[in-house]
Design a protein around this ligand. Sequence first.
Ligand SMILES: *[C@@H]1O[C@H](CO)[C@@H](O)[C@H](O)[C@H]1NC(C)=O
Ligand SMILES: *[C@@H]1O[C@H](CO)[C@@H](O)[C@H](O)[C@H]1NC(C)=O
Ligand SMILES: *[C@@H]1O[C@H](CO)[C@@H](O)[C@H](O)[C@H]1NC(C)=O
Ligand SMILES: *[C@@H]1O[C@H](CO)[C@@H](O)[C@H](O)[C@H]1NC(C)=O
Ligand SMILES: *[C@@H]1O[C@H](CO)[C@@H](O)[C@H](O)[C@H]1NC(C)=O
Ligand SMILES: *[C@@H]1O[C@H](CO)[C@@H](O)[C@H](O)[C@H]1NC(C)=O
Ligand SMILES: *[C@@H]1O[C@H](CO)[C@@H](O)[C@H](O)[C@H]1NC(C)=O
Ligand SMILES: *[C@@H]1O[C@H](CO)[C@@H](O)[C@H](O)[C@H]1NC(C)=O
Ligand SMILES: *[C@@H]1O[C@H](CO)[C@@H](O)[C@H](O)[C@H]1NC(C)=O
Ligand SMILES: *[C@@H]1O[C@H](CO)[C@@H](O)[C@H](O)[C@H]1NC(C)=O
Length: 874
Amino acid sequence: MDGKMRMVQACILAIVSGIYYLGVPGWAGSLRKSNEFKRSEHFVDYGEVYPAKYALGPAATLDAHTTYYTKQMIALSASDQVLTIDYGVEAAGFPFFEVVALSAPTQIEVKYAEQWPALAEPQSDGPWTYTNGLANTFRVETFNLTVAGRVESFFVQGGQRWQTVRLLTNTTVTFSAVGLKATSAHVPVGDVPGQFATSNAVYNGIWALGARVAQVACVDAGNAPSTWQITSEGALIRGQQTAQSVKGATAGNYTLAFATKIVRGGTGWKVASGFRPYGASFILTSDYPTESTFVNTNRTLLPPNTLIFNYGWGIFNQTSAATGWNQYFELDEDVHEGQWYNISTTITANGYNVTLDGKSLAFVPIDEAAYYASSAYFGSGSATGGTWGFGPSQDQEAYFKDVTVAAENSTLLYANSLLANSTLAEYNVAPLDTSVCLDGAKRDRLVWTGDFYHTNRVIAASTLRYDYVLGTIKYILSWQRQSAPYKGFVHVDPMLGARPEYEDVFLSQYAALQDYQDLFLSGVGNYFRSSGDIAGLQPYWNQIKAQVTAQLASIDPLSGLMVVTNGYYFLGPSNGSAVTALGAHTLRKLVPLAQALGDDAAASLYEDTANNLSQAINDKLWNPSLGVYSLSLDAPSNYSLTAIAFTILSGTANSTQASAMISRLPELRLGVGYKTNSGDADSGTTQLSPNTQGFLLEALFQAHRDLGVQNLTVAKTLLDDLWSKMVTQNEYYSGASWEYLYPDGSPGIDLFTSLAHPWGAAPTYVMPEYVLGIAPTSPGYSTWEFRPLLQGLGLTEANGTVVTPYGSIEAKWEITGTGDSALVVATVPKGTNGTLVLPDGADAQCDGQSYRGGHVKLHGGKRTRVTITSGIAK
Ligand SMILES: *[C@@H]1O[C@H](CO)[C@@H](O)[C@H](O)[C@H]1NC(C)=O
Ligand SMILES: *[C@@H]1O[C@H](CO)[C@@H](O)[C@H](O)[C@H]1NC(C)=O
Ligand SMILES: *[C@@H]1O[C@H](CO)[C@@H](O)[C@H](O)[C@H]1NC(C)=O
Ligand SMILES: *[C@@H]1O[C@H](CO)[C@@H](O)[C@H](O)[C@H]1NC(C)=O
Ligand SMILES: *[C@@H]1O[C@H](CO)[C@@H](O)[C@H](O)[C@H]1NC(C)=O
Ligand SMILES: *[C@@H]1O[C@H](CO)[C@@H](O)[C@H](O)[C@H]1NC(C)=O
Ligand SMILES: *[C@@H]1O[C@H](CO)[C@@H](O)[C@H](O)[C@H]1NC(C)=O
Ligand SMILES: *[C@@H]1O[C@H](CO)[C@@H](O)[C@H](O)[C@H]1NC(C)=O
Ligand SMILES: *[C@@H]1O[C@H](CO)[C@@H](O)[C@H](O)[C@H]1NC(C)=O
Ligand SMILES: *[C@@H]1O[C@H](CO)[C@@H](O)[C@H](O)[C@H]1NC(C)=O
């Protein structure tokens, strides 16, 4: 076993040094041109993902007839109409089928899902609403298989464990292979460079959630091609959520006119929309000719020759983005496929007037739209103003060209023939050009700045794909404002297909969630801490400083606390302990980077400012009678999990304070986890956040390690009761970390919940650092400590691999004998020395020398074995 481990280790090391020193993106990352649809010159080929298991039967099942998949032939027929696929864990890619035989042209309906219960729903866990995401909006798609050979979806499916394939025709079809052409790495979690394992199998499963999510939720430049195709006939747009022009954000009361040719099923567009696709939505269906109409076309939802209207995200009413009633306007003539039509939509004060080839098609009263617009969060906020977009419905396909927009007085405001590739950037569907990590694999596929805090640390502890970390930093900073308003701030959640040249359209996203600016900057500091990558960060230093400067302007000179200057905060209120402590934490994280870059002025400014922020929190917000920091000046007797977390993480709280706060945590307990605020409802539908509980998890271990708070009760419940739920429930298991949980431990936004959300994977970086116990004490592990957590979680063993710029540290501890003795072993790469910190008063032997407490030097290029003979149980 030792020999095998060493071999694997040597191989991983070689690859890891490739990432560090040669910049090779990942494992076996050979570049290959994708010949299907000529999507991208830069596709990074991760091979194919095949099912782990499958079953055949009359309906979706895995209980009976389950077979391990080894590329057997699989035949669908009248007796076996449904193939159920279990990929075992979350995977991303272009779905494909290798057809070897069919009796006649065959239609199949394919459904994708992260969680098992979704397979029972007509739309599975979709469709997606908020963004186009450069992926399939729909979780159900239909294929027409006509000849032997390979069929591949045009669209990426961003994340699923499950898939069904339902035979729609009275035919038979045989597949020699089914699966996903992977768009992200899909290696077993045991094969990524960072590793961690313990005597507790559930903890090992929890650690693995991050090693999986850091693969599936990060995407290489080239692996998210445009979902639109610019052709010589115009834009060919397959069924997907509408994508909006950046040029209509301030337009209102206009007439949108365009030409469209339906290829299959129908065509679709929006007016009066936000840049998010929330607005007046129209679908026009064709006369459904037999040759091109799929058997499963839902003629109740989408009757033929009909204009369908809704206001909001679209015509699908799905769990967490409910929409109004669809309004149907049946045409008195047939709408032919393959024929160009001219459509116009005029926004008036009373409604939307739609014409087809100059003839009035329908007048849609505006009342309902006005009602929804007034409560819209993501839309234009008006039923008569906002931009336009294009996108047909599921399985439909249409061309669009010759778009014009005219003002009420007929002045031409806009014209685009949709024949140039620049259209893709204008409509926020440009191909991804930077390797980034997303908030979620399947949904919303935004590059959320705050999420980067957890994501980059998860990567550092598992996949070591620092190219994604640097790519995300580059992408986010490419959106930094160079002038007022919001000068210095970054867009908090840029879309994959959007381009910074249009940043003015997204001003609202500079004003949103202002503490995400700090979470991102903390992430940059954490990246430096684990990588020591001065060369990688140097080019961004001026931008980083400008962002800090912008954020420092939100320190209130009177209170000395942070007060939102734009929008709002995510972690807690203005003049509050959470956001101010995060501010201090962020500045402290950036000090070593400033020092390494020789910017002493910035280093001392950040250090002094952090000290002032901590002082202000202690002076103004510590509530000694409650033993917590107040939520804010305005809410002195409320408190929050995020404030407890960041006052500890930032070094603001001393040991007495940390201990007092931690003893209040049981009052925040709700179901399997903890509420973020004491004011949150004790309801069965309160969303428990593994994001905020991830901050807390580290804070609890840090208080234990650095502040001597000898109580891991709550930390243990976070692992045993909350994170375990992502591991132990097969019906929801994705192998990756989740976005939210309900108090009963099920996914916290029902089917919509992202079950591959890196922000939920904090244990993946916390456990190696505090349980195995290896942490850098200077950037890039030029110095580091090994403090095994021999007591507190009931473990008898922990081992792992911590990757440093010098190579990998292999470490292990194991309780031996009756529990008062232990063996600690570390193999250290050349070039760096570590320090093993022995428990106070423990007797130990190493290399013939005896110790009582104190430190054992762990020399580079050497394996050190330390026997602790007594004194650990206390
Ligand atoms: C398949 O055959 C059944 C029974 O003969 C028939 O009712 C059905 O319409 C056929 N379906 C198709 C798509 O041809
Ligand atoms: C499927 O393809 C075959 C062969 O090209 C064609 O005859 C048939 O009409 C197609 N069916 C649909 C629904 O597109
Ligand atoms: C078809 O659409 C109707 C109306 O929206 C809906 O109730 C029904 O569930 C849909 N059926 C399928 C199979 O999607
Ligand atoms: C949409 O779904 C919600 C939640 O299930 C339901 O309350 C609402 O009535 C539905 N709306 C329509 C128009 O069907
Ligand atoms: C809608 O547009 C048509 C064609 O321009 C026009 O004849 C009709 O009066 C308009 N209807 C309304 C209600 O504005
Ligand atoms: C459109 O016109 C109506 C009526 O004149 C007006 O109330 C509304 O504000 C206008 N909308 C926009 C976005 O300008
Ligand atoms: C027509 O409307 C546009 C947009 O509202 C405005 O910019 C322009 O000045 C108007 N032209 C005339 C002649 O009123
Ligand atoms: C648009 O981009 C695609 C892919 O790079 C290219 O093949 C095509 O020629 C371009 N079309 C135009 C009109 O520039
Ligand atoms: C921690 O801070 C509190 C409040 O300022 C103070 O009362 C307490 O003595 C301090 N405890 C320690 C251990 O320094
Ligand atoms: C540890 O903390 C928990 C939760 O705050 C508390 O219930 C328990 O009494 C504490 N245990 C000890 C030994 O202090």
